[in-house]
Design a protein around this ligand. Structure first.
Ligand code: NAD
Ligand code: GLY
Length: 329
């Protein structure tokens, strides 16, 4: 069964279906609505409905054809259906190719927090066809670049150098540049996940920028800012926090901010409350999965190319939020 959405299915489900029909006796398609706001129980149920209505047994393989939303939902459905059926990721956004399709995290959102209900469930295979990125809207390309940029400060400053040189080529969707960025991102992610699949420690560094970013996504309402936009801006905030903790210097923060801006991403956080904006961020960040006993744990850059997870005093975090957020409405 191909799981896709109403945008991607008309573009690519026919090609995938044709390829699969050469190998499988029956190929079905379930089409979900398009958008982060549909990554929930109600729409996950559509996948189970289709599987059961078509009497699919436990040998059924799910193919996730789409971006991270489809990948996370199809992966979670595969983890649950008959207690687990095989699945394959066919990521069609840059974000999904460099991050969400690799490493086995699957989830849906809850109104109180993003990706709060899910499972670790590895795909049998991840198939990245770079050609599909040519139809991706520019805003989505930028969102994917946020997750690409992330790998530099947390793991590989040589890659950050490469990104600075090649950002224009990536924005122009140069196939050679895209191929290198996807490959290097997957190499870094695989190296981290293979050491800590269930995120008992190291894997959390892949969430650099995400604690602030998830607060932005949830605070504005899912679907207002793209996930990658939240991560881009969140990385700027997390870099400022790293500086405030004495771990990196101002030129490092300025360099990272400049690259994120070049990717077309927002670098100034939105106001989430007119009364107590920093307080609202803190409230939202307390439901982050890394939080322990109500204490927020941030991924910070301990030195360029290395990240760690730590707590920070509320007053310091408030100061960072105040400095990094738009002053207007
Ligand atoms: P998305 O899945 O919403 O896709 C973005 C948009 O692009 C959608 O409108 C989609 O229909 C469209 N689209 C996809 N491929 C296309 C193509 N080739 N041509 C034209 N349009 C296309 O968003 P995303 O950025 O891919 O993924 C974000 C999601 O991924 C979030 O829910 C996030 O939580 C999740 N995520 C998961 C992990 C993980 O490890 N599991 C990691 C990072 C992000
Ligand atoms: N995207 C973060 C992770 O896979 O752990």
């Amino acid at each position: 069964m191909i799981v896709s959405n109403e945008t991607v299915a008309p573009l690519y489900a026919g090609t995938l279906r044709k390829a699969l029909e050469a190998h499988f006796p029956r190929v079905l398609l379930v089409t979900l609505p398009d958008g982060e706001e549909y990554k929930d129980w109600v729409n996950l149920q559509l996948v189970f409905d289709a599987l059961l209505q078509n009497e699919c047994d436990r040998n059924t393989t799910l193919f996730a054809l789409g971006g991270g939303v489809v990948g996370d939902m199809a992966g979670f459905a595969a983890a649950c259906y008959m207690r687990g059926v095989p699945f394959v990721q066919v990521p069609t956004t840059l974000l999904a190719q460099v991050d969400s399709s690799v490493g086995g995290k699957t989830a849906i959102n809850h109104p109180l927090g993003k990706n709060m209900v899910g499972a670790f469930y590895q795909p049998l295979r991840v198939l990245c066809d770079l050609d599909v990125l040519q139809t991706l809207p520019s805003r989505e390309l930028g969102a994917g670049l946020a997750e690409v940029i992330k790998y530099g400060p947390i793991a590989d400053m040589v890659f950050l150098d490469w990104l600075e040189v090649n950002m224009d080529a990536l924005l122009a969707r140069d196939p050679v540049a895209l191929a290198y960025a996807v490959r290097r991102s997957c190499e870094i992610k695989a190296a981290v996940v293979s050491q800590d699949e269930r995120e008992s420690g190291l894997r959390a560094i892949l969430n650099f920028g995400h604690t602030f970013g998830h607060a932005i996504e949830a605070g504005l309402g899912y679907g207002q800012w793209l996930h990658g936009e939240g991560v881009g801006c969140g990385m700027v905030m997390a870099a400022h926090l790293s500086q405030a903790l004495g771990m990196v210097d101002e030129p490092f923060v300025a360099r990272l901010t400049k690259l994120i801006k070049r990717a077309g991403l927002p670098v100034l956080g939105p106001k989430l409350s007119h009364e107590d904006n920093a307080g609202r961020y803190l409230e939202l960040m307390r439901v982050d999965k890394k939080a322990q006993a109500g204490e927020i744990r941030f991924v910070v850059i301990s030195a360029p190319g290395t990240a760690t997870v730590r707590t920070a005093p509320d007053a310091l975090v408030r100061d960072v939020i105040d400095r990094c957020c738009a002053s207007g409405a």
